[in-house]
Design a protein around this ligand. Sequence first.
Ligand SMILES: *Cc1c(COP(=O)(O)O)cnc(C)c1O
Length: 383
Amino acid sequence: MTVSRLKPFGETIFAEMSALAVKHQAINLGQGFPDADGPSSMLDAACAAINGGRNQYPPGLGVPELRTAVAAHQARHYGLHYDPDTEVLITVGATEAIAGAVVGLVEPGSEVVLIEPYYDSYAATVAMAGAVRRTVPMVADGDGFRLDRTRLAEAFGPKTTAIIVNSPHNPTGTVLGTDDLQAIADLCIEHDVIVIADEVYEHLLFDGRTHTSIATLPGMRERTVRISSAAKTFNCTGWKVGWLSGPPELVVGARSAKQFMSFVGSGPFQPAVAHALNHEMDWVAESAASLQRKRDLISGALAEAGFVVHRSEATYFVCADPRPLGYDDAATLCRELPAKIGVAAVPISAFVDDPQPWRHLVRFAFAKNDESLIEGARRLARL
Ligand SMILES: *Cc1c(COP(=O)(O)O)cnc(C)c1O
């Protein structure tokens, strides 16, 4: 009975792989959420909010202390100044921020550029808005990835309204270079296009890299909806506290849609996330350092097992190429892995419109406890 515009988004490969992982008691390196809790003072703040009676609808824009904390955080880290009363909106996770921005700012029939591979909610959200997606592939560059800038320029036309840019990038772990960000910015200014910037991994960069928000490039603040979330920064994916910031006219558009999606959400978790943004950034730095060690552990194990391992510069993810092991179809390999060696992973083809250039690549998630990773590495060695 599903409506035609949502039919293509019915069954996800994530559900299939997680079911296989359960069935075969596999180490699940497919799912992209951490298995450790966030900072304890943040958990305490949430309990205090619940016990302190903050259990009713929060204000439509989000609780003032979180909007203030979000604005202060962006001023501190990026020199981006947003008015917490008119330029910040708290959402039910980054997912709702993306949906609110797309549904509230993109006209039906107009085009949204996506960079492929892309996070699965983007295409579904564009379809819900009745808009059309134009995908631009990333391309392999040494052991990493970069944008295909020729294809990027070709994707912009008179109908283009928005581009969704995700850096640091899930699923490849790529941090887009400032040259790639500038190329996007130049096209957006030339064609009067807005950027929906999904920056949920803004703090999880490795090897001394630092995050650049596309909103900081000249001429971009006024056309960028910057989106982030507590989920990945503070290991609380179940709380669904996200936010967007941008100029008032873009925030108003996103809010028009958001207020009729959920109205509001995550009441007692909002003050807890405000506390974490104000007081727990050292915890986040340690979390990123720990993820870097986990990346090294799993990347080493994959290389040892015979995969060609791509460079993961950030996020929870690393991509690996199993062709030296005799597998040129990652989806087939991922369906076999749980039964064969007791490890689950997801094929990158789950994140693309055109699977051909990606069909060999597998995504492994490493935001797992060390015992699971070490056991996963031991099992991978059996391949
Ligand atoms: C996890 C993730 C999200 C969703 O964030 P929530 O705050 O849980 O809604 C959005 N974008 C990317 C790239 C992600 O990896």
